[in-house]
Ligand binder design. Structure first.
Ligand code: LLP
Length: 414
């Protein structure tokens, strides 16, 4: 059975005990299930079978080469958000025409590289960016493939830090502004308009924002076609949420896909989606060791672990909730405690007021659903080296990114 589950009283990943991995590579450690990645990629691909589509995995969610290569092998294409992620995609073996490039504030160097490589689409966000793309394309003597990112002015819910489709955010352009820009782009020989793009936010758990977003793109594609401007694809971005809490209500992948298919099918256009979290989120855990237990006079208790906000920023940054459980649960009455990291910030709390089986110093805990926006958001704050990353696949585990050392971090200091 793929995934993370208790087998004979201990958590395993695809059958491999997490304690065995921790004993070999130390803690904190990110552990990924290859089987879960495969299963989820295939489920989404299958659900979208009713429409011509391409899955562009959002590399920002987890850009470790071993993970990205696995997605490529499954048939995925790629969505990148920076020059660094573009290099990851190319090094992972994606052909340039399998890569779409999004981002506010792409630099000249990044645009030049993307145009030169010949990516499938640069998702442009402003007239001045389009001017830059045109000049760089002309200078290289290549026609740039450009799509336009729309801001559909939809409030998709979710945490305000990750909601992107509302007019007050920095992302995309209004339909009216985009329409004017597209008319202008259509007259420029160094630009080939390939598509329309949007991404309304992340960890979305309701269907209506997705439906309204898709309908906005479809309506725009139709009105452009009436003027003789034809696009090849509609890129609906990512955003499909996952259940961080057991029993949390989320959108079924089939319902999401059905809505996408229904909204777009009649256009005959290829539909792109850019899933990140939904594919890799549940495929990862952070394994961490209990370093200390602190009880206070008022009865409150801290479980201090060796993973912190430098390994998993989501709780500190978004108040995000991740399940935390012992790797080998002990018998006994549940205790109530805050699970905290070692970083000198009060926000360095992985879980507040949790009920857990009794734990002792040296025990291992697993923080669940950290495969997306976990390792990629790590930092060296407090000069903490980034954690090791392990992929379990085909019945064995291997390190896909080694643990940093303090020497690694210090090598850049003059
Ligand atoms: N496409 C674009 C243009 C994006 O900006 C994003 C995510 C995605 C696709 C993938 O979205 P997903 O399917 O993963 O929701 N660090 C935050 C999430 C930030 C998402 C940024 N954009 C978190 O930990 O919740």
């Amino acid at each position: 059975m793929p995934g993370f589950r208790l087998e004979q009283g201990a958590l395993v990943c695809d059958g491999v005990p997490l304690s065995a991995i921790a004993a070999a590579v130390g803690t904190p450690a990110h552990v990924y299930s290859g089987a879960v990645i495969d299963e989820r990629y295939r489920a989404l691909d299958r659900a979208l079978a009713g429409v011509p589509h391409r899955l562009h995995y959002a590399i920002k969610a987890n850009s470790t080469l071993g993970v990205v290569r696995r997605l490529r092998a499954l048939g995925s294409q790629a969505d990148v958000n920076s020059g660094g992620e573009l290099e990851v995609a190319l090094r992972a073996g994606f052909a340039p025409d399998q890569i779409v490039f999004t981002g506010v504030g792409k630099t000249r160097a990044e645009l030049k590289r993307a145009i030169g490589a010949g990516v499938a689409a640069i998702n442009a966000e402003s007239p001045t960016e389009v001017d830059r793309i045109e000049r760089l394309a002309a200078a290289q003597g290549v026609v740039a493939r450009v799509a336009v990112r729309i801001n559909p002015d939809i409030d998709a819910g979710g945490h305000r830090h990750i909601s992107t489709g509302h007019h007050a955010t920095k992302f995309g352009m209004s339909v009216a502004d985009a329409t004017r820009m597209l008319r202008d782009m259509a007259r420029r020989p160094w630009l080939h308009i390939v598509g329309l793009h949007l991404h309304i936010g992340s960890q979305i758990t309701r269907i209506d924002p997705f439906v309204r977003a898709a309908e906005t793109l479809v309506a725009l594609a139709r009105s452009l076609a009436d003027e003789g401007i034809r696009v090849e694809h509609l890129d609906l971005g990512g955003g499909l949420g996952i259940a961080y809490e057991s029993g949390q209500e989320i959108l079924a992948v089939e319902d999401y896909a059905r809505a996408v298919i229904d909204a777009t099918r009649e256009t005959g256009l290829t539909v792109l989606v850019e899933p990140g979290r939904w594919i890799v989120g549940p495929a990862g855990v952070v394994v961490t060791e209990v370093v200390d237990l602190k009880s206070q006079a008022d009865g409150s208790r801290f479980i201090v672990v060796d993973a912190g906000m430098t390994d998993l920023l989501r709780p500190a940054l978004y108040d995000a909730w991740h399940r935390i459980e012992p790797v080998a649960p002990r018998e006994g009455e549940l205790i109530r405690a805050d699970v905290v990291g070692p970083v000198c910030e009060t926000s360095d709390t992985l879980g507040r007021d949790r009920r857990l089986p009794p734990v002792e110093v040296g025990d291992l805990l697993a923080v669940r659903d950290t495969g997306a926006y976990g390792a990629v958001m790590a930092s060296n704050y407090n000069r903490r080296p980034t954690a090791v990353e392990v992929l379990v696949a085909e019945g064995a585990w291997r390190v896909v990114r080694r643990r940093q050392t303090v020497d690694d971090i210090l090598q850049w200091d003059e």
